[in-house]
Design a protein around this ligand. Sequence first.
Ligand code: ADP
Ligand code: MG
Length: 323
Amino acid sequence: MNAPLLAVDDLWVRYRVASGDVPAVQGVSFRLERGASLGLAGESGCGKSTTANAILRLLPPGTRTEGSIRLDGEEVLTMRPGRLRAVRWTTGAIVFQGALHALNPVRRVGHQIAEPMLLHRTAPGSRAADARARELLEQVGLPGDRARSYPHQLSGGQRQRVLIAMALACDPDLLIADEPTTALDVMVQAQVLELLAGLRHDRGLSMIFITHDLSVLTDVCDELAVMYAGRIVEDGDAHDVFATPQHPYTRGLAAAFPTIGDPASRLAPSGLGGDPPDPSDLPVGCAFHPRCALARDECRDGVPELRPAGPDRSAACILVEAP
Ligand code: ADP
Ligand code: MG
């Protein structure tokens, strides 16, 4: 099949809150080929997790989504609940942001990895599921007998590996990893990234990898999409985007190298002043213009569209010259 594994077209997501709607994602489009990996970058609050969760329709009740998300040829946004439950885990699986504490503290991790296999009947019985759980633990670099451990007996890096093993339990085509390394120290982070890159290679897995740290993405991703205020403002080959960022926002992010060993610096990139705007109260025109050193009057005239900015590159900035 030549169709991409995932095709997102003009996706809009609006959360419903007491004060009205929060348009957290505003017209996002991208494609992911089979076996490819895409990085979603951007500061906190730019809509990365919302985009990721929309792909498996894991948004709170009442949230409105528009546009199209075709996963393995099927439209996710209109999928029936039964089919959706089957697609989660077996076609696409997600390692959630901040999930390190989400493991059940009173159940052995092996059982927790076996659970989705039993639920989705991808293992014939509990003995087979337990055996497979041990295999998966070995694939993510842990001894198989760690299956008998409880979460509190594992380090943060080991728990993250358990979560990855769990996501792989039903052999999905797509793995979404939402900031899987943010809570880990730099050494462990590097190991988890290496693990993900290896799994992708060995299993032909497609991957969406989310982080606010651009430099991390170039190691594990072919393509990069940078989000700001709910939109993709730049995309292209990961190394190109990082080496020669075109959008002033991407330049700010790329300049914001974290200080090794200082967790706080990873959360507050230094290359940019201020914070991203609240999606329900966006500046007129280009949402980035109030923080942009290059802004001029025309930047207030309208929301810039993504336009070609080089070979297989696009940027949404009126100052970026078309090649
Ligand atoms: P990121 O993952 O890039 O940090 P998110 O997708 O989590 O961004 O959030 C995008 C925007 O949506 C933020 O302004 C956030 O406050 C808002 N948001 C996220 N979840 C909810 C929710 N459940 N209800 C209302 N607003 C939300
Ligand atoms: Mg997030």
